[in-house]
Design a protein around this ligand. Structure first.
Ligand SMILES: Cc1cc2nc3c(=O)[nH]c(=O)nc-3n(C[C@H](O)[C@H](O)[C@H](O)COP(=O)(O)OP(=O)(O)OC[C@H]3O[C@@H](n4cnc5c(N)ncnc54)[C@H](O)[C@@H]3O)c2cc1C
Length: 279
């Protein structure tokens, strides 16, 4: 387990808030913002949701006290959606009250398609009251282009990602090619009709397309990349004058996140096995 944690630490800041703050400090020193996420999902106990909420409030205090360039990203199933939409909304609202007082920003992560409707409902309610809130939208869902179109009509702030959850047609895309084609199109839509949004990808094809679109149509957009992925590219984007944010997850429940990262890039499994063999 110790070796596994050591290997996972390239993508996960560590198990404690202090670990996350240290990595966020590092991101800030490199000219990037930090988006902090407490790992954990599918909470079925109210006490676990309450503990996640307490952690987020403590995290906001730490960000504020240190005047860090940092925001939060929260998952629906860790903040109440597993009970009902109202619990989720009330928790989002509680965090947003604090976020507004601090003039900070809240990102709402998107989970599997089971939760898309409720996440978007809560996001719309949040946006109507609080300006500093954004939501992740996944190009591996066929509905996303329409969802983004309608969010842009009400000034929605979108983080466009490919999607980390396995989805199948007719809800999900048929394959990677369709997901990528969707991403391309939605990116163009964002530059056409949006003003403030985030490009959440490590894919050079998507990043280069965004850079090109940004040259033609200056917008308040930023790049968001995960901790431990494509560090030289992050530095290059910063040097080119782009706003870049590093998404920094932490917490004891790191295993599902870690396996997702391994699945996305099978060559990481090989690297991991090699590092275990060499100790
Ligand atoms: C900031 C951020 C927030 C996210 N939030 C969510 C969310 O709320 N909900 C959700 O479902 N998903 C989220 N994701 C995950 C996302 O959906 C994808 O699963 C993940 O980003 C992988 O997709 P990709 O766009 O990087 O492209 P991929 O198709 O995985 O990779 C494309 C290409 O990128 C390059 N690449 C990828 N990794 C590396 C590497 N380590 N080194 C070198 N090149 C590499 C390779 O050229 C690869 O072929 C988020 C991702 C980011 C970056």
């Amino acid at each position: 387990m110790g070796l596994l944690i050591r290997f996972a630490s390239q993508w996960v800041a560590g198990e404690t808030m202090a670990d996350a703050i240290a990595r966020a400090d590092d991101a800030n020193r490199r000219g990037m913002g930090a988006v902090l996420n407490v790992l954990g999902e599918h909470y079925e106990e109210r006490a676990t949701v309450d503990a996640a909420m307490d952690e987020y409030f403590a995290l906001l205090d730490a960000i504020h006290a240190r005047r860090m360039d940092a925001s939060l990203s929260i998952k629906p199933t860790q903040t109440g959606v597993t009970f009902d939409a109202d619990t989720y909304w009330q928790n989002v609202q509680r965090i947003l009250e604090r976020v507004r007082a601090m003039d900070a920003f809240l990102w709402m992560d998107m989970e599997s398609s089971r939760f898309t409707d409720v996440t978007l409902d809560v996001y719309r309610r949040a946006l109507a009251e609080y300006p500093n809130v954004g939501v992740a939208m996944q190009s591996n869902l066929r509905r996303t282009e329409k969802d983004v179109e309608s969010l842009l009509e009400v000034g929605g702030i979108v983080r466009l990602v490919k999607g980390a959850y396995r989805e199948v047609p007719p809800v999900g895309t048929a394959d990677r090619r369709e997901t990528d084609a969707n991403y391309h199109r939605i990116l163009e839509l964002l530059f056409e009709r949006g003003d403030r949004f985030a490009v959440g990808s490590h894919d050079s094809a998507m990043i280069d397309h965004a850079r090109e679109l940004g040259r033609k149509r200056p917008r308040r957009f930023e790049f968001q990349l995960l901790l431990g992925v494509r560090d030289p590219l992050k530095d290059e984007l910063v040097r080119d004058g782009h706003r870049v944010q590093e998404y920094i997850p932490y917490g004891p429940s790191w295993l599902p996140y870690f396996t997702r990262r391994l699945r996305e890039r099978p060559r990481n499994v090989l690297t991991m096995v090699r590092s275990f063999i060499s100790g």
